[in-house]
Design a protein. Sequence first.
Length: 297
Amino acid sequence: MEIMNKKIKPIFILAVFAALVVFFIGGCKTTKPALQAGNFPPNFVPVKHLVFIGLDGWGGIYVPKANMPTVKRMMSKGAWTLDARCIVPSVSWPNWSTLFYGTPPKQRGREDFPSIFTLVQKNERTKKSILFYEWDELLKIYSVDTMEKQKMHSDVESAEKIAAYIKEQKPVFTAIGFDEPDTTGHKTHWGSKAYYAKLEEMDNVIAIIEQAYKDAGIYDNTVFVLSADHGGLFDTHKLNIPQDRIIPIIFYGCGIKEGFNIPTRINNYEITPTMAALLGLEIPPEWSGRILYEIFK
């Protein structure tokens, strides 16, 4: 009997070890939540309007000191983080494309990779959408040519034109990409007096756009999403350092938790899957970003 125990014990130990390996490997796998009812609050209803406002070069570390009352009110009444990450290199094209494709460049691998613009154009309910752009390179993200787009600038005059369009057309999805405060950061430096003055000016621009949704009578059915492509330090950006990589992400409006500081570190490619989910769109399996279910009421 003693001899049998000696033979069985090593086999038993190996079996237990194998089971533990399978358990831990299985437990370490991460799966992207599917877009299904069980992942949403019981009373979830897709929003009727969503607007994304992107500020080029808006570093998250500069928000606390900035005089941005509109943005900070949205933070206090919405879900937010000032510690989100853009991808490396921390420059505009790879990060704007990552944001709108919901996936970093190295994981896309084909020319017809779907973007948020592809999704809204293929859905009849969300087809009434528009991109206001300042940087021409953003047009490369389009895989569907029929979506309306308009050139604009980082100023009050353009904000008023955007506001007039919103009040008249009431688009379902609106994407707005401003060049500031990046231009000012390169001319002076990130964190300069001029940089903070530009942030204050852009807050006023955001306020004008927000007011348009109120004037249009669709404010209570709208979600605002604010973010950036990268930050900066001195007069440039491109490095894997906090000043360059940390960006703000803010969700505010219908169905979003209030005063919710997102506790987990998130990435810019999680913005678009969350926007698509808010609009009730099916998430492409190719997207690597997850839906931020934790921000929903």
